[in-house]
Design a binder for this molecule. Structure first.
Ligand code: ADP
Ligand code: MG
Length: 273
């Protein structure tokens, strides 16, 4: 059988390696289970600063859980996650669990943006206040500065005109662009996207992917769970294929999407392409 996470030979130790960008997110041998159900079964993932990693795989393969573990919305039973070299949440150390303080966990979560499938905007706040809320609540900025930042970020996602609207007055694509601006407002080191276009009508998918593409071009570190294979081919530095709680294959888009080695990657791609 093909060893998991190792379908492509390990990256060669070349002169380039010394110049590689620092590691932004590192997931090491993470296991997560609910009762007898193994949802993550030994996941390893390294994401370097400025890289775009696209995660693909069938429904139920553990993609959302992986993002939730990285963002400390879930705790793994085994293994660890580190962010810019700092451990996230709980780790198994010398046979016992060692926990970070609530304060440390919050500080780490602020460095991670999360964009959900269903936008999760605050319905009772204007678009501007949706974007400005977190920097104020976390004490990062005072309200006037946060609102100035929010105006700038809304301009960046093409919604400068919608600052005073409420979420229900916007299309799904516009709401998701607001959610992206909101994620940017905490100046995160990495942004996680969980199927950001899956809830959208097909004609609205492109405007959201275009904003994500802009972020990628600016060198933002991104981990994107998506079924948009054309987007993965165009934007990803690395593509990861998950199935059954494991990373079965990873590599460049050309490797994983055009020359998949694992039969389950091939079967999955033949269904979605
Ligand atoms: P994906 O995002 O790839 O569709 P998920 O990470 O959402 O997969 O889920 C992986 C598996 O874990 C699914 O079978 C799901 O039912 C299960 N699961 C997720 N969260 C829970 C939970 N809180 N309790 C029990 N099972 C869960
Ligand atoms: Mg999911």
């Amino acid at each position: 059988s093909i060893p998991r996470s190792d379908v492509h030979s390990p990256e060669p130790a070349t002169a380039e390696e010394g110049a590689a960008a620092p590691i932004a997110v590192e997931v090491r041998d993470v296991h997560k289970w609910y009762g007898a159900h193994r949802v993550l079964d030994g996941v390893d993932l390294t994401v370097r600063a400025g890289e775009v990693t696209v995660v693909i795989g069938p429904s139920g393969s553990g993609k959302s859980t992986l993002l939730r573990v990285i963002n400390h919305l879930e705790q793994p039973q085994l293994g660890h996650v580190s962010l810019d070299g700092e451990l996230v949440g709980v780790r198994w150390q010398r046979g016992r669990l060692r926990e970070l303080s609530e304060h440390q966990i919050l500080a780490q979560r602020r460095r991670i943006g999360f964009v959900f499938q269903d936008f999760n905007l605050f319905p009772h706040l204007t678009v501007l206040d949706n974007v400005a809320a977190a920097p104020v609540a976390t004490g990062l900025l005072r309200k006037p500065e946060a609102q100035r930042l929010a105006h700038t970020l809304l301009g960046r996602v093409g919604l400068g005109e919608k600052a005073d609207a409420y979420p229900r007055q916007l299309s799904g694509g516009q709401q998701q662009r607001v959610a992206i601006a909101r994620a940017l407002a905490l100046r995160p080191g990495v942004i996680l996207f969980d199927e950001p276009t899956s809830a959208l009508d097909p004609e609205l998918v492109g405007e959201v992917l275009a904003v994500i593409k802009d972020l990628a071009a600016e060198g933002t570190t991104l981990i994107v769970v998506t079924h948009e294979i054309a987007f993965a081919r165009e934007v990803a530095d690395r593509v990861v294929f998950m199935d059954g709680g494991r990373i079965l294959e990873h590599g460049t888009p050309g490797e994983v999407l055009d020359h998949p080695q694992h039969p389950r990657t091939r079967a999955f791609l033949s269904r979605v392409l």
